[in-house]
Structure formats: C-alpha cells, structure tokens
Design a protein around this ligand. Structure first.
Ligand SMILES: Cc1cc2nc3c(=O)[nH]c(=O)nc-3n(C[C@H](O)[C@H](O)[C@H](O)COP(=O)(O)O)c2cc1C
Length: 204
C-alpha cells in the first residue's frame, strides 16, 4: 500500500471561524482546476486529524469509530495519483486502497448527482458500528451519526476558509456504495464533495 505523507496542516488561516460560518453554503458546481496537496491535507486534517489534545472532532467515549477515505479525481496533480485513499490520521498521511478513481461509480451510487462526478475530492465517512456499539449498545449508532455531523461540518468550514466549495451528500444507494467501495466491516454514512468554485455568489 503506497503511503504518502501530507504537508503539515496549518493552524492559522486567512479567515476567521466566524467568516467561514457566515460564508458557508452548499456548492454543487466545481471548476476543472485541481486541488493542491496542501488543500487536500487541510481538508482531511479538519475531518479527522489530530490536534493539540486528541482529534479535531469530539467522539463519544473518545472511540472515534470512523475511517475517512478520499477519492481523488484530481488529475494526478502534486504527486498524488487519482484513486481511493484512506486517511491515516496518526501519521497525517494517506494510503492508497484502490488505483481506480471511483468517481463515476460514486456518481451512479449517489443517484447521478453531477456534483459527485465533478468534485476533485470526495471525502467519505465510513463507520465501524461495532466499535461504538461495544461500549454504548444501540445508542452508539446515534452517537456515531452525531459524530458524522461534526466531521462534515469541520470539512465544510475548512473548505470555506480555503475558498473551496463543498456539499454534503446523504442521498445515495447504500448497496451500490458498499459494492463500489468494498469497505468490509465499515458502513458509509456520509460524503462531502469538494472542488474549486467560480465565485461565492453563483447560486447552484
Ligand atoms: C444529512 C444531509 C444530507 C444531504 N444530502 C445532500 C445530497 O445528497 N445532495 C445535495 O446536493 N445536497 C445534500 N445536502 C445539502 C443540503 O441540500 C443543503 O445543506 C441545504 O439545501 C441547505 O443549503 P445550504 O447548505 O447552501 O445552506 C445534505 C445535507 C444534509 C445535512
């Protein structure tokens, strides 16, 4: 498995959390310009990276039952070839799990939403329910879903801060997603499409 170290995440940005909150909206039209490795690094760090204490998102019982994947259709730029990667937060690195860029299959699994086909990065939140149910029983399922919201919101706000567009994707065919990604004991809960945008004032 090819592992690639990502650039050190930045802990200071150009705009404040308040500005990111003020600007945030869903973007579904992305331009063809590629994302930089620094941007991919920052997005993954915001999703599930390590911070000063633990991770950037809270997790019931600090179990952190998610694995974060990213599908890149980024035109093999910045030394990152397209395909499906898993984010290794302890090393702030990504490891390739499939050479095939899954974006077209994901597009069909996500009910043919164009934003899925056009996104340069699709961040995929896959949970291991057993991990959290072992501590919290069925209540753990709800806790896991809360955590997905924390992760996705972090990614959306980070995207705003980087002047990128993002949209959360919850509408998909679960079976097709499972077949496409083949993530064994993990269940895909949520995805976030990210790409560069024309302008913040285009409404799509
Ligand atoms: C749980 C959830 C699932 C969503 N699924 C989709 C989706 O599959 N496709 C999509 O285009 N937007 C999806 N969205 C984004 C919403 O459509 C969007 O947030 C809403 O229209 C409000 O617009 P705004 O984000 O620009 O404020 C989803 C949002 C949430 C919270």
């Amino acid at each position: 498995m090819e592992t690639i170290s990502l650039p050190e995440p930045k802990t200071k940005g150009k705009i404040s959390v308040e500005e990111s909150l003020f600007k945030r909206r869903s973007h579904r039209k992305f331009i063809s310009e590629n994302l930089k490795i620094d941007e991919i690094s920052q997005l993954l760090w915001a999703a599930y990276g390590r911070n000063k204490y633990c991770k950037v998102v809270p997790s019931a019982g600090a179990i952190h039952p998610y694995e974060i994947y990213v599908n890149l259709s980024n035109g093999n730029s910045d030394g990152l070839s397209d395909g499906l990667y898993i984010y290794e937060s302890s090393m702030h690195a990504i490891s390739k799990v499939a050479d095939e860029n899954k974006s077209e299959l994901l597009y069909y699994a996500c009910l043919q939403q164009d934003c899925v086909r056009n996104a340069k990065a699709i961040i995929i939140l896959a949970v291991n329910y057993e991990k959290i149910k072992a501590r919290y029983g069925n209540r753990g399922i709800m806790y896991a879903h809360f955590e997905a919201g924390h992760i996705a919101q972090n990614v959306c706000l980070q995207a705003e801060a980087l002047n990128l567009g993002s949209v959360c994707i919850g509408a998909f065919n679960e079976k097709e997603i499972d077949n496409t990604l083949n993530l064994q004991n993990l269940k895909v809960i949520y995805m976030i499409c990210v790409g560069k945008i024309y302008s913040h004032f285009d409404i799509f």
